[in-house]
Design a binder for this molecule. Structure first.
Ligand code: KIV
Ligand code: ZN
Length: 516
């Protein structure tokens, strides 16, 4: 049992976060995010749902093998095959946790599971015992607890704690609760369950009413000691509680909490960027803590106040969450050491010399095109989803675009598909349209483009453009990202990046659509 003043942070970016349409991640990307989460010192990393697909299994296994300081967790329905698969994926973990769940609300039990409450209790107890044979760290979740009857929750939780569950998770699966009410639920559970002191109470809040962070914090003020959350609030539908929000709320309002996390909060901005770049989900500028404007003061009266005394309008220090001054840090003549040192200050650690070399080569290429390289440019450079070649089945070799007043834009593209170079050309409504048509004519994915957006990473006309695309093929949706000083090239990179994700055979079932 951990001390009562410790608040456990359970990050589920790689599992619930990945359930956002289009946010699927490769094994390699999950490992990169997991390493960043370990540096952030999150206590538990939920790495995936091993039974969902071979890709999920391998990703959880890969994360379990490399992460040493955080507990690695795998999700399993209350089913034998799920639990055994999760146990197998976690076998090499330094510290592993099996997280098993079953729905407990009347609507879920009747409509989805078609099981009686008694059957649900017995299934949950059986599942926890089975998981305990494989791991001494077992979490049980009552899916849709937010709409479950309190008496039933007390009954099922008492039984699963007796069966060996060490963490009891209370999910507000559909984001239906309000803070006072949710806090009271947690208090009642802890007070009424006779063996409540033998488990940590945890919460997992969804953001359908924009209350996920508020509900999580209310729960902590009423005795919960684990929050399940995601970087940037990524997650199913409107997402989960944002890690950065709950962690900084508890830290900033220490006066109101009797517990705190042990996170290194200076890693927050780096994690946010990394997740945004890998998933292709941009962070809105006014997002708390990690949005570009989170520490920017526009009104003259505010600027004046902050200049006189920062505390007049700032409740946190930007540097405590990892914001650095976006100054010109490096240029064409900077060497490898300066490059490595600057990135380390931004929270980026290279795992191998090869990784450093690839990034440094990109930096030199960028420095040839762009005079001043800012911190944001460096972040984009190393967060570029194409950083690892492991999953690059399609590669952009060259692109030529003709765009002229009064003429139809035309793109000539060379790509390598599975090691084979092919060339093609197409016309389109604009240079990006022509480029995408040319690439699709070569790769032939049969996909539809659902979203295209471009953002300047820094200011000035020589800024890098960061392009996000979302493509759909049947039921599969993926996002791709690319950055370049030339936005047509950035667009081509993003499209190719999305194709690489799409073409990976990662058919998966949804963890909350199963029979049990
Ligand atoms: O939202 C939810 O109920 C979940 C559970 C699997 C914990 O994600
Ligand atoms: Zn969830």
């Amino acid at each position: 049992m951990t001390s009562p003043d410790k608040l456990i942070i359970f990050d589920t970016t790689l599992r619930d976060g990945e359930q956002s349409p289009g946010a699927s991640m490769t094994k390699d990307e999950k490992v990169r995010i997991a390493k960043a989460l370990e540096r952030l010192r999150v206590d538990v990393i939920e790495a995936g749902f091993p039974i969902a697909s071979l890709g999920d299994f391998e990703a959880v296994q890969a994360v379990a093998r490399v992460i040493k300081d955080s507990t690695v967790c795998g999700l399993a329905r209350a089913l034998e095959a799920d639990i055994d698969r999760a146990g197998e994926a976690l076998r090499d973990a330094n510290s592993g946790r099996i997280h098993t769940f079953i729905a407990t609300s009347p609507i879920h039990m009747q409509q989805k599971l078609q099981m009686t409450p008694d059957q649900v209790v017995e299934q949950a107890v059986w599942a926890v015992k089975r998981a305990r044979n494989l791991s001494d760290n077992v979490e049980f979740s009552a899916e849709d607890a937010g709409r479950s009857e309190i008496d039933f929750l007390c009954r099922i939780f008492e039984r699963v704690i007796a069966a060996g569950a060490t963490t009891i998770n209370v999910p507000d699966t559909v984001g239906y609760n309000l803070p006072d009410q949710f806090g009271a639920t947690i208090r009642t559970l802890i007070e009424r369950i006779p063996n409540a002191d033998r488990a940590i109470f945890s919460v997992h809040c969804h953001n359908d009413l924009g209350l996920a962070s508020a509900n999580s914090l209310a729960a902590v003020r009423n005795g919960a000691r684990q929050i399940e959350c995601t970087i940037n609030g990524l997650g199913e539908r409107a997402g989960n509680a944002s890690l950065e929000e709950v962690v900084m709320a508890v830290r900033t309002r220490r006066d109101l909490f009797t517990c705190d996390t042990t996170l290194d909060t200076t890693q927050i901005v780096h994690c946010s960027r990394l997740v945004s770049n890998i998933t292709g989900f941009p962070v809105q500028p006014n997002k708390a803590i990690v949005g570009a404007n989170a520490f920017a003061h526009e009104a003259g009266i505010h600027q004046d106040g902050v200049l006189k005394s920062r505390e007049t309008y700032e409740i946190m220090r930007a540097e405590d969450v990892g914001w650095t001054q976006n100054r010109m840090v490096l240029g064409k003549h900077s060497g490898r050491n300066a490059f490595r040192t600057r990135l380390e200050a931004l929270g980026v650690v290279f795992e191998s010399e090869e990784e450093l070399n690839v990034a440094f080569r990109r930096f030199k290429e960028l420095a040839d095109k762009k005079h001043e390289i800012f911190d944001d440019d460096l972040q984009a450079l190393v967060s570029d989803a194409g950083f690892s070649a492991e999953n690059e089945w399609v590669k952009l070799i060259s692109l030529r675009v003709c765009s002229e007043t009064g003429e139809i834009p035309k793109a000539t593209v060379v790509v390598s598909v599975d090691g084979q170079e092919v060339a093609g050309e197409a016309t389109g409504g604009g240079p990006v349209d022509a480029t995408f048509r040319a690439i699709e004519s070569l790769v032939k994915t049969g996909s539809q483009l659902e979203l295209y957006s471009v953002n300047a990473i820094t200011s000035g006309t020589d800024a890098q453009g960061e392009v996000t695309v979302r493509v759909r093929k049947d039921a599969r949706i993926v996002n791709g990202q690319g950055a370049d000083t030339d936005i047509v090239i950035a667009s081509a990179k993003a499209y190719v990046n999305a194709f690489n994700k799409l073409l990976q055979d990662r058919q998966r079932s949804h963890p909350q659509q199963g029979d049990v």
